[in-house]
Design a protein around this ligand. Structure first.
Ligand SMILES: NC(=O)c1ccc[n+]([C@@H]2O[C@H](COP(=O)([O-])OP(=O)(O)OC[C@H]3O[C@@H](n4cnc5c(N)ncnc54)[C@H](OP(=O)(O)O)[C@@H]3O)[C@@H](O)[C@H]2O)c1
Length: 234
């Protein structure tokens, strides 16, 4: 079956995280070749669905040079680079009154700078590949911050603005840039943090992965600069 992503080379930042693994598995199932980039060591063992991925551990994407080395290595090893999924990120909850202003720097470094650096590093390869794709993981909080969500929401708003600016920059060069804004994803970490919640209302990682697969396909060529909420029943 033609999936629209057959043979495409896709780099996933934060690739050893929950959403990264689930997305990698779905894209590999549909014929893509996937490279996972993570800050920590490569998990051992890896889930069977991602056994065929190229894995790059120990890469801190808040450093542009590290991002460039990673993207160049993927292009060298897999022969091209068609898409980057910026999933590296982190969350902090703290109020302004009791919180530390350094948390705002941390959120911008981990959520905005990683996406900026990975996109900038991938760009020469994406332009060469033609019909390149960048998909950023924002968050619903980019649209409205809740209590204790100031630093996180501001940084995810930054991801949405980066998405729009880069989409404008690239719109005549065939590269689309979009953001996905999930509410709460059904991950092991969220189940640990919110044990009394109704998990059935949350978004399944594979539902986001399926949207990403569509955004990577030729059918989605006209979609760029979009921030797409994916709320489940939250
Ligand atoms: N989970 C949710 O409910 C939810 C909701 C809305 C949006 N999102 C967004 O969706 C994305 C994926 O979420 P997730 O739940 O899969 O998160 P996750 O499991 O925490 O995975 C994020 C990954 O990013 C990596 N990372 C952090 N900083 C990095 C850096 N400087 N360089 C390279 N890698 C770095 C982390 O590595 P370390 O383990 O080394 O820190 C981690 O493996 C994130 O951007 C998140 O903000 C998630």
């Amino acid at each position: 079956m033609e999936t629209g992503i057959d043979g495409k080379v896709v780099a996933i930042t934060g690739g050893f995280g929950s959403l990264g693994m689930a997305t990698a598995a779905l894209l590999i199932e549909r014929g893509a070749r996937v490279a996972l980039i993570g800050r920590g060591a490569v998990p051992d063992p890896l889930p069977t669905g991602v056994a065929d991925a190229l894995n790059l551990g120990g890469v801190d994407l808040s450093d542009l040079h590290a991002a460039q080395q990673a993207m160049n290595a993927i292009n060298d090893r897999l022969g091209r680079l068609d898409a980057v999924l910026n999933m590296a990120g982190a969350f902090r909850w703290e109020t302004v009154a009791d919180g530390d202003p350094a948390t705002w720097d941390l959120m911008f470094a981990v959520n905005v700078k990683t996406a900026l650096n990975a996109s900038k590093a991938a760009l020469p390869h994406l332009l060469r590949a033609g019909a390149g794709r960048i998909v950023n993981l924002g968050a619903g909080a980019a649209l409205k911050a809740g209590l204790g969500m100031g630093a996180y929401a501001a940084s995810k708003s930054g991801v949405a603005r980066l998405t729009e600016a880069l989409a404008e920059e690239l719109k005549d060069q065939g590269v689309t840039v979009n953001a996905i804004l999930p509410s709460i994803i059904d991950t092991p970490q969220n189940r640990r943090d919110m044990p009394d919640a109704d998990f059935t209302r949350w978004v399944q990682p594979r539902e986001i992965a399926a949207l990403i697969a569509y955004l990577l396909s030729a059918d989605a060529q006209a979609i760029t600069g979009a921030s797409i909420p994916v709320n489940g029943r939250v």
